[in-house]
Design a protein around this ligand. Sequence first.
Ligand code: HEM
Length: 504
Amino acid sequence: MITIFLVWGIVVAVCCYLWPIFGIRKRKMGEPPLENGLIPYLGCALQFGANPLEFLRENQRKHGHVFTCKLVGKYVHFITNPLSYHKVLCHGKYFDWKKFHFATSAKAFGHRSIDPNDGNTTENINDTFIKTLQGNALNSLTESMMENLQLTMRPPVFSNSKISAWVTEGMYSFCYRVMFEAGYLTLFGRDLTRQDAQRTHILNNLDNFKQFDKVFPALAAGLPIHLFKTAHNAREKLAESLRHENLQKRNHISELVSLRMFLNDTVSTFDDLEKAKTHLAILWASQANTIPATFWSLLQMIRNPDAMKAATEEVNKTLESAGQKISFEGSPICLNQMQLNNLPVLDSIIKESLRLSSASLNIRTAKEDFTLHLEGGSYSIRKDDIIALYPQLMHLDPEIYPDPLTFKYDRYLDENGKTKTTFYSNGLKLKYYYMPFGSGATICPGRLFAVHEIKQFLILMLSYFELELVESHAKCPPLDQSRAGLGILPPLNDIEFKYKFKHL
Ligand code: HEM
């Protein structure tokens, strides 16, 4: 036993001695300032993970707008000047944006690589996303979501006692339940043979989804799912329910899912379970950000009487001019894409809520050594290094957004009440000023659908319910920073609200 400790002691001592000589990267001429961090391999990962915004602000103060940090064995070049964002995106030919995304998806969801270069499939998944989430496909997704939201929200059998009763519930749990159920039905269709069991099935999946999603930050950071037994079980159960034999019993499956179910992919080596795991990846992408985004939009609207008044007026006017009557028993409310696009107040409320809660990390891997030309300088970048944008720095920059931590419902409205698109940094108009959905080649393909879903949810909440916070002056819950880098941060704690059906 003592010998084993002795051998390990010597190995560790030798590593510590050699680390400064061979393990630490030296900054070369023309490269950005470098922070190696103090911990071998991890580099600055712990400080970054504890509070990314503060960590990046501190390095910005120390090094300026461009600097490199070692994070979990990788060298990451942070570009923090929003005036340089469009210049970064101009270097697309040097970037591999797929490598990191495909590897993360495979690790987290448990399928093999979906990169056609790896020979497991011929599907160009990015083309599939665009074809099935935008253009004509967006019409049917939006229509189906509006129906499913009403199926989920409206009382199944209408009675007067239901009208008059206030219900108190956590707002985040409410948004989670409603958006998960309606979103699930929209993507994976309805099971018409067992309608009564359908809700139980979806609520079961919701529980499993929560268990799995809880460990997602750890999976994205590279930890194996086998370390998390409950989450692993939950993932396998979710995948099981998305197997072909289970999906084919369902009707109105979205094109996004059905196209991939019946894809004529001649070299696909994926078995049924692996295909189901790629459906699970889509389920996660469609829900993980939309749910907290919906929560923040509803909470900020309810907390702000001016926002509530302006939104209610806009919704009433739109429903009236679309000839839509709000009722519990009649046909569900239906608005087309043009009508949904023409809601600048709701747009501004949603944008402002996402500005305050989004913390995504946009990354690209360098395919080769190259020179990155930016506003105010050029930098040498090495092959396999990562270029990263962290738009939260811009979203909370007081020069671009005065009083940046305050929710202003009309921040994205101009003096004519139309969508405002002019924001400045250093006296110059910004091309990129709002980026919760990422940018360039990796921009979220579901962003148009996501905004429609949230608008539909807000429209229905305002139309069917009376809404109140239990504590009218309740503070906004803090953001859960453990998910920084992944998108919209959820609240650290829930907040209670009351709702009851309106007398219509
Ligand atoms: C408020 C809601 C949403 C937000 C904030 C959001 C944000 C994002 C972000 C930041 C990315 C990664 C971009 C990057 O790596 O640079 C992404 C990717 C993605 N999103 Fe969304 N998203 C939302 C909703 C949705 C919805 C509703 C869907 C689909 C129904 C969706 C589908 C996807 C897919 C498939 C990808 C991966 C694209 C790829 O790897 O090629 N998202 N999203």
